[in-house]
Design a protein around this ligand. Structure first.
Ligand code: AMP
Ligand code: MG
Length: 287
């Protein structure tokens, strides 16, 4: 259902509460915080269920319009360190909508074929079709994050990518896609807990990668890379939202609201019938 402003636990629009600004300092983010939200886990979890239903109604309208020639779509870009909760975000937020309306892509270490192409090649192929919600679990931002931290290409190469990414996103937006960029931040301690859990539970071994532990030593370098990403690619056409993610229930309900906001801005209506309804009723009655 649409928001009931009177009873909403949100004290300000989530787009305002979470929008990155020129003063955003990655090192200073309170990863336990719940910006703009006055309520506990129980309320947040319950609200996500309600709002998930509303999100799916909006998505169905987007899909219906897409089938009727509307070019628009929404692309959710999820960035965050290992265990930040990107996969859970897809299951618990995007999981509310009809899977046929979702174009999902995750980006890992590039394949040999991908490495033979420009880094935006695999991204371009995965962009959402008209009427779809696209989700990127990691994205082209890896090419200025892990690539920068590990010197996988020379500095002069990765440093040119920020402007190139801004330009690339400009074109995507001009083609009718709203981009929702979400940077999820957990603390080093919280990551340790989550990795420890993966080692305690056989059903989570598959998510564990021994290199995740080595990456922890590079935390400051990653923070620097995330800072540069926010500083250089927080554009008007594709702004960043900074999500404290130690509390999973908060990050999920917050991103749910960001998606609802993006879809509401389309002011979607059901597409008009492409046939004469009265004529069809008569034909059906006689059939
Ligand atoms: P996961 O999300 O746990 O499946 O891990 C995917 C891994 O792929 C992460 O360690 C990323 O840093 C890595 N990765 C993603 N994109 C790139 C890239 N362009 N170059 C190198 N590594 C990447
Ligand atoms: Mg991983």
């Amino acid at each position: 259902m649409p928001n009931d402003a009177e009873n909403s636990p949100w004290t300000k629009p989530v787009t305002e509460a979470l929008r990155a600004g020129p003063d955003t300092r990655v090192a200073d983010i309170d990863t336990d915080a719940t910006p703009g939200f006055e309520g506990d886990k129980e309320l947040g979890t319950r609200l996500l269920e309600e709002r998930g239903t509303y999100l799916s109604q909006l998505q169905e309208k987007l899909f219906a319009n897409g089938r009727s020639g509307d070019r628009r779509s929404v692309l959710l870009i999820l960035q965050g360190m290992d265990t930040a909760g990107k996969g859970g975000m897809v299951r618990h937020v995007i999981g509310h909508v009809d899977p046929q309306g979702v174009d999902h892509a995750s980006f890992g270490v590039p394949t040999p074929e991908e490495l033979r192409h420009h880094y935006l090649w695999r991204i371009n192929k995965a962009l959402p079709r008209a009427g779809q919600i696209g989700v990127f679990d990691r994205s082209h931002y890896e090419d200025v994050l892990v690539v920068r931290v590990h010197d996988l290409v020379p500095e002069r190469v990765w440093s040119a990518r920020y402007d190139e990414i801004n330009q690339f996103e400009r074109e995507i937006v001009d083609n009718g896609t709203t981009i929702v960029k979400v940077a999820m931040f957990i603390s080093l301690d919280e990551q340790k807990k989550r990795l420890a859990e993966r080692l305690e539970r056989p059903d989570k071994y598959w998510k564990y990668n021994p290199s995740d532990v080595s990456e922890r030593a590079l935390w400051p370098a990653y923070q620097e890379a995330y800072q540069a990403m926010l500083d250089k690619t927080n554009t008007e056409h594709a702004p960043w939202y900074v999500i404290p993610a130690n509390r999973k229930w908060y990050s999920r309900v917050a991103v749910g609201e960001l998606m609802i906001d993006a879809l509401e801005r389309f002011r979607l209506d059901w597409p008009a019938a492409m046939f004469d309804v009265e004529v069809e009723k008569k034909r059906l009655a006689l059939s």
